[in-house]
Design a protein around this ligand. Structure first.
Ligand SMILES: Cc1cc2nc3c(=O)[nH]c(=O)nc-3n(C[C@H](O)[C@H](O)[C@H](O)COP(=O)(O)O)c2cc1C
Length: 195
């Protein structure tokens, strides 16, 4: 494989764009297909496809937010209207969100742990795909990843779980990078630095 300086530079500088800074336009149908195709081109031990995706776009964003707000209000009696409104807006303003579901399959050689990691790769690869097409994107989980009723409402089935939601849109701002860990703090060389 030839060296690819553009890809290297992208990987050295890539960073997420916060979901509040993602606006229209979002990917069109053909761009979305490319994003989904790239996103699902990930390592997958045993080729068992232990993940699936739910696209939330257009009017569905408003309906999903309404349902989410309903669950949130029921779970938090007496909560103020401003907090409920935040839930109503969860899939706005980003034009498009892709829920990534870990959907492990029983397999004699591939533990669920590996299948979960593969699903995480899908989420990260969706970010790469969005950036490659000129969009901004962010991977978040939020409470509804961990709340059984909300996750089911958003599309998970029995034995499944969300690994997160990738929000995609046109960035309205250029963000400063965030601090990155010093390699000296996280990398050691077996046999040299360890006893
Ligand atoms: C699995 C996972 C879940 C996350 N969930 C949230 C979240 O719910 N809310 C949030 O503000 N950030 C969340 N983040 C962090 C955002 O993705 C954040 O923008 C990210 O740290 C930016 O990293 P980057 O600039 O290297 O892309 C999550 C990250 C990961 C990997």
């Amino acid at each position: 494989m030839p060296a690819n300086p553009a890809l290297r530079d992208y990987l050295l500088t890539r960073r997420s764009v916060g979901i509040a800074f993602l606006k229209e336009p979002g990917p069109n149908a053909s761009e979305l297909e490319q994003i989904l195709t790239i996103g699902t081109r990930v390592p997958d031990h045993g080729k068992i496809t232990p993940w699936r995706l739910i696209v939330i776009e257009g009017e569905a964003r408003v309906q999903a937010g309404e349902r989410l707000a309903g669950i949130f209000a029921r779970n938090n009696p007496g909560i103020d209207e401003a907090s409920i409104e935040i839930e109503r807006q969860r899939f706005l303003p980003a034009p498009l969100t892709i829920g990534v579901i870990s959907s492990p399959k029983p397999h004699p050689k591939v533990p669920e742990f590996e299948q979960l990691l593969s699903a995480g790769n899908v989420a990260f690869n969706l970010l790469h795909a969005a950036f490659a097409l000129g969009f901004g994107a962010s991977w978040v989980t939020r409470w509804y990843t961990f709340d059984a009723e909300a996750a089911a409402m958003l599309g998970v089935g029995a034995g499944e779980r969300f690994v997160g939601f990738v929000h995609i849109g046109t960035p309205t701002t250029t963000l400063e990078d965030r601090p990155r860990p010093a390699l000296s703090e996280i990398v050691s060389h077996w046999g040299l630095d360890q006893q």
